[in-house]
Design a protein around this ligand. Sequence first.
Ligand code: ADP
Length: 341
Amino acid sequence: MRSPIYQIDHLVHRYHGQPVLDIDQLLIQPATIMGLAGPNGSGKSTLLKLMAFIMRPDEGQIYFDGVPALPFGSVVRFQVTLLTQEPYLMKRSVFNNIAYGLRVRGQGEDTAGRIHEALEMVGLDPERFSGRQWSELSGGEAQRVALAARLVLKPRVLLLDEPTASVDAVSSELIRTASLRARQEWGTTLVIASHDREWLYDVCDEVIQLFKGRMTGTGRTNMIFGPWQEGGDGGFHKRLGDGRRLIVPAPPHAEAIAFIDPAAFRILDSPADPVAEHEACIDGTITRLSLERHSGRLYADVRAGSMTLVVCVEAAHVAAMTLHRGWPVRLAYRPERVQWH
Ligand code: ADP
């Protein structure tokens, strides 16, 4: 195996003395598309800025290609590019916005051809868009121009911060396709932060979940926020709507967040099947089936009332192909497997 393009060791970062990132170790192999999932404030943007080497971590080390890399160091400067959440376009034409990075890097040859290719990659017609001013673009078009300005550099690493946050479905799909092409054509490594879990799974080989600055396993962990209700029998649950309840053990405090491993659920062969003594059950409908590329595992998104649970599909169901989108299913799980944070 090749050495990782990123090796992050014992990374801690603080703002005003408050720790916002605390990562023991993270390895990213070249030409991987890695997703960072997690709610707002979990540290995704901070991690991307550190990986872009535009900030210095308070503690720990980031190795790039096996070498400790420093912010703004010459080794990484022209290899890593970050597309921030609200990309900044300069007050000039689309062409000149995209050409800027090439000129800074002294890559002046065939500028027009490369800009043409980059615009096509993000689904913008070069004839129509090259001459447009920055002020003549919709939000989604501006985001795609900003992405084209990164793609034209054929970067070794492309870091995308919430690339689909303010764009429509068509732009999201174009950003997905462009990301996959960058990896395929130039072996670009991508790290993409997004709170849009479904979009992230469609693009990424692997998704890690950040929560309060820490890695909490894969992005497929179910993270469930309260409020938690106490039932008449002394047990606790969350109301999901449509009369459904997710039964949990006693939460440690009112704001506690429940984490449930997708493998903690099993899909009953038939909703009429009995559940075991210590199991609870919940009814839902399959809304999506997805294959995790690196592990070969199949996951089902199961809509239950107002919530979508991610469930790891057992081998028997995969072999029998008994699951389809739109099918009603009953899930069984042991509430004791709920973990609190
Ligand atoms: P995410 O990208 O997951 O939303 P961020 O990395 O932006 O998370 O933020 C992590 C935490 O750090 C949040 O609590 C946020 O308020 C705080 N934070 C981010 N940037 C700054 C800053 N420049 N100064 C102080 N606090 C910040």
